[in-house]
Ligand binder design. Structure first.
Ligand code: TYD
Ligand code: MG
Length: 453
């Protein structure tokens, strides 16, 4: 038989190396290489996997299945983002920047579940019990029957919970502080995070407890610890927003038990996170006199319209210098594409201008239908001619300069009309009631409308 040779497999990206290294040369993660014996190159009978196993029964898709029973947390915006409540026995990861409000949110969720008599345990590895109590007092939740502990040993947590009837909800804040004594290494290392999460998830599955793990996000925006953590859990929730702004958006990035297109909207206030059931006007600054460089876009989050203000600023440059392009809240490569389409198809050149684009309120736009509104803001900034304050703009722009219809146009128009907008700038072919429309099948048409030429 061929000799088994040791090989080192990166546990984060799966690349294979012939010797151990502290950092994976492929994905640059640290301490992720672990030794595995290589499969023999010559296949003997014993290594033929097509025999000797147990034959399993293959079944159809059409059998009766029980839908997962969901528990409402009593916080509607949270329930909405996770797909209609938490699923017993499921594991979720809540990721977000430090200080964004993860601990606050989960303490509120735990308190709400506990108040409904379902049993909630909140384990903090970062704060002492008294600190959590103080926060609860400030949030007006001092009387909620949440069970608290400040521990970092997974063994201690599981031993404690083994003696109790399983809670409906277990919050671990945060997974990076947890320590499993089955594995060497300091808390927060890739192997510790993985091992701790694995044990906690096993507990959740066995006892039917819904588990929420808090995960910190590193500077580059990815969840610290191994990517495998994302594969281990049933749902990954992102809690986002600008620290300097009040608004926070809870969004499912992955959800085995539901869609990923609904968001929960909260406002960070003096007494914790308040639900924002009607976010559509949240990101708007209403003004009577239009200013150049702004356009209102009726965005859609799942089934909810959210009206956002897009702001553009252009600054003329002395010739020769390389102009800056900067986008906050929007994809910068999409901005580059739009600038190119404006130049190539409409003859509007930004070559000698710096371009800054901002989505107001710290909102992050992902909707391609924002193209036309961004183009309107850009052209308006450059030509110093305002888009009327009572107009909303939407449509996707193709490289050819054609303007295409957005998904759920009617829903967006209805919301705009409800909020008092009187005019909609939309792609050709859109029918609308209750609001005046201007249609553009080419981007050139929009440019003419804004510049008045
Ligand atoms: P926190 O939940 O500790 O954030 P994370 O767990 O994501 O690190 O929230 C921290 C911020 O929230 C803190 O800077 C203060 C602010 N905050 C309020 O504005 N109001 C409140 O009622 C609470 C509890 C926190
Ligand atoms: Mg915290």
């Amino acid at each position: 038989m061929a000799k088994l040779k040791a090989r080192y497999v990166c546990q984060a990206c799966g690349s294979v190396h012939s010797r151990w290294q502290g950092q994976c040369p492929d994905c640059a993660e640290w301490n992720t290489l672990s030794q595995e014996s290589a499969a023999p190159t010559v296949f003997s009978q014993k290594h033929d996997l097509s025999t000797g196993g147990r034959a399993v029964e293959l079944v159809g898709l059409d059998a009766e299945v029980a839908l997962p029973v969901r528990i409402s947390t009593g916080i509607a915006e949270f329930d909405r983002a996770v797909g209609g409540g938490i699923v017993p026995g499921s594991a979720m990861l809540l990721a977000g920047d430090p200080g964004i409000g993860k601990s606050t949110l989960l303490l509120q969720v735990a308190a709400s579940v506990a108040k409904a008599g379902k049993g909630a345990v909140y384990v903090s590895g970062e704060e002492a019990v008294d600190q959590v109590r103080l926060r609860a007092l400030r949030l007006g939740l001092g009387a909620a029957p949440v069970k608290l502990a400040s521990v970092t040993s997974v063994r201690d947590i599981l031993t404690t919970l083994q003696g109790e009837s399983p809670p409906a909800l277990l919050v671990i804040d945060s997974v990076q502080t947890m320590h499993s004594d089955l594995i060497e290494g300091a808390p927060g290392t890739v192997s510790q995070v993985r091992a701790s999460a694995q044990e906690l998830i096993r507990f959740a599955k066995e006892r039917g407890t819904a588990l929420i793990l808090v995960g910190h996000v590193t500077k580059d925006g990815s969840i610290a610890g191994p990517r495998v953590l994302e594969h281990m859990v049933d749902a990954v929730l992102g809690f986002e927003g600008e620290r300097s702004h009040q608004y926070r958006i809870l969004r499912a990035v992955k959800n085995r038990f539901g869609g990923t297109d609904e968001i929960g909207v909260f406002a960070m206030e003096g007494a914790g996170l308040a639900e924002v059931p009607n976010p559509s006007a949240l990101f708007l600054t209403r003004r009577d006199d239009p200013v150049s460089g702004t356009a209102i876009f009726p965005a859609l989050e799942g089934t909810r319209p959210v009206l956002v203000e897009i702001q553009a600023l252009t600054v003329r440059l002395a010739s020769g210098a390389t102009p800056r392009r900067s986008a906050v809240g929007w994809d910068s490569s999409r901005l580059a594409m739009l600038l190119a389409v404006l130049e190539a198809r409409c003859g509007v050149s930004f070559a000698t201008a710096e371009v800054y684009l901002n989505v107001a309120g710290g909102y992050k736009l992902q909707d391609p239908a924002a193209d036309l509104a961004v183009a309107a803001a850009l052209v308006s900034a450059l030509s110093e001619r305002p888009v009327p304050a009572e107009a909303v703009v939407m449509g996707e722009v193709a490289l050819s300069g054609e303007v295409r219809q957005a998904a759920h146009t009617q829903l967006r128009l209805k919301e705009a009309a409800k909020l008092g907008f009187e005019e909609a700038w939309v792609p050709g072919g859109v029918e609308a009631k209750g609001i005046k429309v201007a249609r553009f099948s080419q981007l050139r048409g929009l440019v003419e409308k804004v510049t008045g030429r």
